[in-house]
Design a protein around this ligand. Structure first.
Ligand code: S3P
Length: 183
């Protein structure tokens, strides 16, 4: 980034499926007035079909390419500040992890497996969870992804037992500190 360009002040939400990224994203959008980019929603709108259909028709790799392309697009220092809510697997690629950190303050919304299991139980829009043993799938993915969330995030927030309002308040306090102490 050019020396004279101020660092981006987006708030970027990462974390496992069902951890509340979209809901907390909407709450932050309402409180701050920054535009909200829900990456899954943007990808669905552009593809003209739901994520389950993208996975079924074009495969997971094509969806991952769409995520990376969107991150590049969002990484525009001249764009207004935004709240960016990501899909749970966005941290899989090293390229994406670097882009996420360049985008601004990265917050990992963490929740334990049993909470994720309960929150995703009645939702069939997630192709990776269309499996018989969802608990085993969630545990395996979680184990694989945990270190990647950890190395990408500036802040880890444990959301278990907190309502989305409280999560949003916690993020805003920490983000304010982060942005005012940036070089
Ligand atoms: C995915 C999470 C989903 C969506 C896609 C893949 C993942 O987003 O991007 O189904 O790999 O964890 P949410 O985390 O918003 O459910």
């Amino acid at each position: 980034m050019n020396q004279s360009t101020p660092p981006p002040k987006n708030i970027v939400l990462i974390g496992f499926m069902g951890c509340g990224k979209s809901t907390v994203g909407r709450e932050l959008h309402q409180r701050l007035g920054y535009p909200l980019v829900d990456m899954d929603q943007t990808i669905e709108e552009r593809a003209g079909k739901p994520i389950t259909a993208i996975f079924a028709d074009e495969g997971e790799a094509a969806f991952r390419d769409m995520e990376t392309a969107l991150l590049h697009e969002l990484n525009d220092p001249t764009a207004p500040r935004r709240i960016i809510s990501t899909g749970g697997g966005v941290i899989g690629r090293e390229e994406n992890r670097a882009l996420l950190q360049q985008l601004g303050y990265v917050v990992w919304l963490h929740a334990p497996v049993h909470v994720i299991l309960a929150r995703t139980a009645k939702n069939f829009s997630r192709p990776l969870l269309q499996t018989e043993d969802r608990a085993a799938k969630i545990s395996a993915l979680m184990e694989e992804r945990q270190p990647l969330y950890e190395q990408t995030a500036h802040l880890k927030l444990d959301t278990a037992g907190l309502c989305f309002n409280e999560v949003a308040t916690g993020i805003l306090e920490c983000a304010r500190y982060f942005f005012t102490h940036q070089p």
